[in-house]
Design a protein. Structure first.
Length: 380
C-alpha cells in the first residue's frame, strides 16, 4: 500500500518514491495493493493498483496480480532495478526477481523479528507480526507458512543488495547471504511534520501504539500504581486501538487507576504532532518491535522516550541521552524510568534536544532517500 497519511509501512514506499524521484529524476513503476494519498506523487512515478482483501487468499491474489503486471512492465519498459520495498524475513517473496535474474534486485527496508525469550513465547504465540494467520486448518496453515518461508529465503539469496533497518536485522540476513550485499539504512521520519518544542511541565505520559499483545501496553499500565505514589497527577494517554483494549480497560479497573489512564482510540496521523506536544514524555513498552517509527516522531517533536530492549527500539534510543532503554516486560523498570523523567524537567528538555538532533542527522527522510539512491547507483 502507498499512503501519505500514516507513520508506518505504507508511508515508507510513498516517501522513497517521492523523494528519490524529485531529487534524482528516477523513473518509477510501482505496483501496490492500494493507493491512499492526498499529495500526488511526481509525474515520473507510475502507480499500478492491485486492490485485494487483507487475508491469506488476498495476499496470494496480490502476488499473482503483481507478477502479471510486473511482467508486462518489464516487457514494455527499460527496467534497470527491481526494488521490493518493506520486506519481512520469512513472510515475503518476489517472483519477478526470481524470474528476471538479469535485472539487479534490491530488498529494503528489510525487517526481522527475532525468536522470543521462552517466557514470552506463549504470550505472543498467535500474534507474531506479519504471520499469515487465517481461519485455515492448522496443518494447512503450517504448510503454507513453510512454503512462504522457503520462498522468502530464496528471494533473500537472490538479492543483489539488501537494505536492513538496523544492525540486528543485518546480522540475521547475513546468516543467509553474503554480508557484503547488506547495508544498514534506517526508516525515515518527516521532520518537517514534527516541530520540536520544550516539553510541557505536566505529568502526562503518552503511549502511541496498536493495542495488541506485542506492544506490551499492559506493562506500562501495571507500572502506573508505582508511578502514582510519587506523582499523583500522572496521567497515561493511550493513543491506538486493537483487540487488547477491553482487557487493558479491565486491568485499569482492577488496579483502581481508571481516572489516571485515558484511552483516546486511533487518531488521524496528522494530529499526532499536537498529541506529542501535549505530553511530557513518550513510552513504547513493546515486547516485539522490528523498528519503532513512533519513537522517531516523538524524538523529532523534542520528547524524551522510554523504550524496551526489543530489537528495533534498542538501536534507536540512545540510553541515558535521548531517553531510557529498559528490559522487556518489566513494569518496575518502566515505572522507575518514567518517574525519573517526571521528577527532572531539565533532563526531559536535554533529552528532547538531543533526540531532535539525532533525528535530523540520521533519520530525516531526505537523508534516508539519498542513501537509497546511492544503492541504486551502485547497481545500475
Amino acid at each position: 500500500m502507498l499512503s501519505d497519511k500514516t507513520g508506518s509501512d505504507p508511508t515508507i514506499g510513498y516517501e522513497l518514491l517521492r523523494l528519490i524521484s524529485e531529487a534524482f529524476s528516477v523513473r518509477f513503476h510501482a505496483i501496490t495493493s492500494k493507493v491512499d494519498i492526498d499529495k500526488p506523487l511526481p509525474k515520473t512515478v507510475s502507480v499500478y493498483e492491485a486492490h485485494v482483501s487483507n487475508n491469506l487468499l488476498g495476499h496470494a491474489i496480490f502476488i499473482l496480480k503483481y507478477y502479471v503486471t510486473g511482467k508486462s512492465v518489464i516487457r514494455r519498459e527499460k527496467i534497470n532495478i527491481i526494488h521490493h520495498i518493506t520486506f519481512h524475513y520469512g513472510a515475503n517473496f518476489n517472483p519477478l526477481a526470481m524470474e528476471n535474474k538479469h535485472i539487479p534486485f534490491v530488498i529494503g527496508p528489510a525487517y526481522y523479528d527475532p525468536p522470543l525469550p521462552a517466557r514470552l513465547v506463549k504470550e505472543l504465540t498467535e500474534e507474531r507480526t506479519h504471520s499469515f494467520s487465517d481461519r485455515m486448518p492448522g496443518k494447512a496453515l503450517k504448510y503454507a507458512n513453510s512454503i512462504i518461508t522457503s520462498l522468502s529465503i530464496k528471494t533473500i539469496k537472490r538479492a543483489d543488495a539488501i537494505i536492513a533497518v538496523n544492525n540486528a536485522t543485518r546480522n540475521a540476513y547475513a546468516r543467509l547471504t553474503d554480508s557484503k550485499k547488506i547495508k544498514v539504512i534506517p526508516i525515515g521520519v518527516r521532520t518537517e511534520d514534527f516541530k520540536p518544542t520544550a516539553p510541557p511541565k505536566n505529568s502526562d505520559i503518552l503511549i502511541p501504539a496498536a493495542l495488541i499483545k506485542a506492544r506490551g501496553v499492559k506493562y506500562a499500565i501495571k507500572a502506573m500504581p508505582k508511578i502514582l505514589k510519587e506523582h499523583r497527577e500522572a496521567k497515561l494517554h493511550v493513543v491506538g486501538d486493537g483487540p487488547e483494549k477491553p482487557f487493558l480497560q479491565r486491568l485499569c479497573k482492577q488496579l483502581n487507576i481508571e481516572s489516571s489512564v485515558v484511552f483516546h482510540g486511533r487518531l488521524p496521523h496528522k494530529s499526532m504532532n499536537g498529541i506529542f506536544k501535549s505530553c511530557r514524555l513518550v513510552v513504547l513498552p513493546s515486547i516485539l518491535q522490528s523498528f519503532g517509527n513512533v519513537l522517531l516522531e516523538a524524538m523529532a517533536s523534542g520528547r524524551p522516550v522510554v523504550a524496551t530492549e526489543a530489537l528495533g527500539p534498542r538501536e534507536i534510543v540512545v540510553d541515558g541521552e535521548t531517553g531510557y532503554v529498559v528490559p522487556i516486560a518489566d513494569s518496575d523498570a518502566l515505572a522507575e524510568a518514567i518517574s525519573r523523567l517526571l521528577s527532572d524537567y531539565e533532563l526531559c528538555c536535554k533529552m528532547g534536544i538531543k533526540g531532535r538532533k539525532l533525528v535530523e542527522d540520521k533519520y530525516s527522510w531526505h537523508v534516508v532517500a539519498e542513501q537509497y539512491y546511492r544503492v541504486y547507483r551502485s547497481l545500475a
